[in-house]
Every structure is written in structure tokens, then in C-alpha cells.
Design a protein around this ligand. Structure first.
Ligand code: NAP
Length: 247
């Protein structure tokens, strides 16, 4: 129970990697805020599983691309728990297309959710992080694609590379307050996001992964739990959890 008494907020915790991170942090003893934008039923299910672990869960709807929603997310979190120790900026989407055909809205939606959402949420929680003087951990979910690029994902790669730069800058800003800021760059993880790929595409990707398999969401959650619980002297870093896909 390395996170007993801590309060964690995970954006996009209704499904996939966010859900796994929320459950893992709860299993380590943290109370959880489960954010989602559309999948209310799935978020409620995540929260019920968290409560079954003996900690508190608060479900808060909110679109991270909306500054107003992020402000409310922070206000309602502090109203309920009085503090925040761990913020995981996980919410993300894909709108894949090659640049030659990419619609401006495909570009904008991905930047607004994946990159600006990370900024919006972090800024909304900045005051409690700075005021409470107990330090904290901010963990941003980037991607291997932010390090390597990927054809058909210029919007996503730009957003994820942006998250990495944001992480490094914020780590420098918050170090004096003992708030660590790190990114996790997952490789290929088995979630609904990657479920849309064809069998042929999956096989091609598998051939590129030295460990020879995709990750389960709980393997990304293990990295988040490590950073939150044991990473007090780690800041400004990108932790690759990719099976060797990019070395
Ligand atoms: P997923 O299964 O599609 O889940 C995405 C989550 O984000 C859902 O809970 C969704 O909730 C939430 N979300 C989407 N838009 C949101 C918004 N505007 N505001 C709040 N929540 C929002 O995706 P995933 O694979 O778990 O991905 C999670 C993160 O890991 C993303 O940042 C993704 O880029 C990153 N990642 C994934 C992989 C992979 O292989 N899967 C690899 C590298 C990085 P609603 O359904 O309620 O909208």
C-alpha cells in the first residue's frame, strides 16, 4: 500500500490505460477521481471496482479540451478530497490520416484533446499543487509515436511530442515545490484505441517489437505506480514502456 492516504486524479479513466492506472493506484491505497468524457457507464464500473478495493472513488465527467470542464474537475476534486497528490494526464484520441488528406478538424481535435487537454488539466490543478507544500507527481501519457513519428499520425505524433516538451518544461518549473513531472511513452497497448487495427496491421507491428507481444494496459499502470510511489527523485523524464519497439 505505497500510496495510502494519497489522492489521485486520472483523466480518461473509463477505459483502457487510464482505467488500469486508476485501478492500480487504488490497489496501492490511493483515493481516486475517475474522469471521463462520454463513457459514463464504463466510468461508473471503474469506480465500483475501485471502491471494492477499500478506497474512495469520485466519478467526474469532463472534456479535457474544455478549460471550463477542467476548472470544474479541479474544483470538485478539492471540494471532496481537499488536496491532490497525483495527476495522470491520460485522456487521448486518434484521428489518423496522412497529412495530404488530413482535415483541419482531424488535426485540431487531436491537438485539443491530447496536448491542450494536458495543459488545461495541469493548469487547473496548479494552485493546489503549489499551495499544499506536500509535493506531488504529475504523470503525462505520451507515446512512442511522439519519439519516432508514424505515417498517418502527424497530428498524434505532434501532440505526443508536445507532451514530452511540456513535461520537461513543467518539471523545471515545479521542481522547487517537490512536484515531479514525468511522461510515460507506451508502445503498442491492447485497448479500444488499437482495437481498430486490421489483423495485417497488428502482425506488421508485432514484427517490430523485440519482446514479441503487445502490452497489457496494466503494464503501463505498473510504470505509473512506480513513478507515483517510488519516483521522488525522478523528474523531467520519459519512461518508455514499449517492449523494445524503440530503443
Ligand atoms: P482508449 O481505450 O480509447 O481510452 C481513452 C480514454 O480517454 C477513455 O477513457 C476516454 O473516455 C478518454 N477520453 C477521450 N477523450 C477525452 C476527453 N476529451 N476528455 C476526457 N476523457 C477523454 O485509449 P487508450 O489506448 O487507453 O489510451 C490512453 C492514453 O494512452 C492516450 O493518451 C493514448 O494516446 C495513450 N497511448 C495509447 C497507446 C495504445 O497502444 N493504446 C499507445 C501509446 C499511448 P470517454 O470514452 O468517456 O471519452
Amino acid at each position: 500500500m505505497r500510496l495510502s492516504g494519497k489522492v489521485a486524479v486520472v483523466t480518461g479513466a473509463s477505459r483502457g490505460i487510464g482505467r488500469a492506472i486508476a485501478l492500480r493506484l487504488a490497489a496501492e491505497g490511493a483515493d481516486l477521481v475517475v474522469n471521463y468524457s462520454r463513457s459514463g457507464e464504463a466510468a461508473a464500473k471503474t469506480a465500483a471496482e475501485i471502491e471494492a478495493l477499500g478506497v474512495k472513488a469520485l466519478v467526474l465527467q469532463g472534456d479535457v479540451s474544455s478549460r471550463e470542464d477542467c476548472r470544474e474537475l479541479a474544483e470538485n476534486t478539492i471540494a471532496k478530497f481537499r488536496k491532490i497528490d497525483i495527476l495522470v494526464n491520460n485522456a487521448g484520441i486518434t484521428r489518423d490520416n496522412i497529412v495530404a488528406r488530413m482535415k483541419p478538424e482531424e488535426w485540431q481535435q487531436v491537438i485539443d484533446t491530447n496536448l491542450t487537454g494536458c495543459f488545461n488539466c495541469t493548469q487547473a490543478f496548479m494552485r493546489p499543487f503549489l499551495r499544499q507544500k506536500t509535493g506531488g507527481a504529475i504523470i503525462n501519457i505520451a507515446s512512442v509515436v511522439g519519439l519516432t513519428g508514424a505515417a498517418g499520425q502527424a497530428n498524434y505524433a505532434a501532440a505526443k511530442a508536445g507532451i514530452i516538451g511540456f513535461t520537461k518544461a513543467l518539471a523545471r518549473e515545479l521542481a522547487g515545490r517537490q512536484v515531479t513531472v514525468n511522461a510515460i511513452a507506451p508502445g503498442f497497448v491492447d485497448t479500444e484505441m488499437t482495437g481498430a487495427l486490421t489483423e495485417k496491421q497488428r502482425e506488421a507491428i508485432l514484427g517490430l517489437i523485440p519482446l514479441g507481444r503487445v502490452a497489457g494496459p496494466e503494464e503501463i499502470a505498473a510504470a505509473a505506480a512506480f513513478l507515483a510511489a517510488e519516483g521522488r527523485y525522478i523528474t523531467g523524464q520519459v519512461l518508455s514502456v514499449n517492449g523494445g519497439l524503440f530503443i
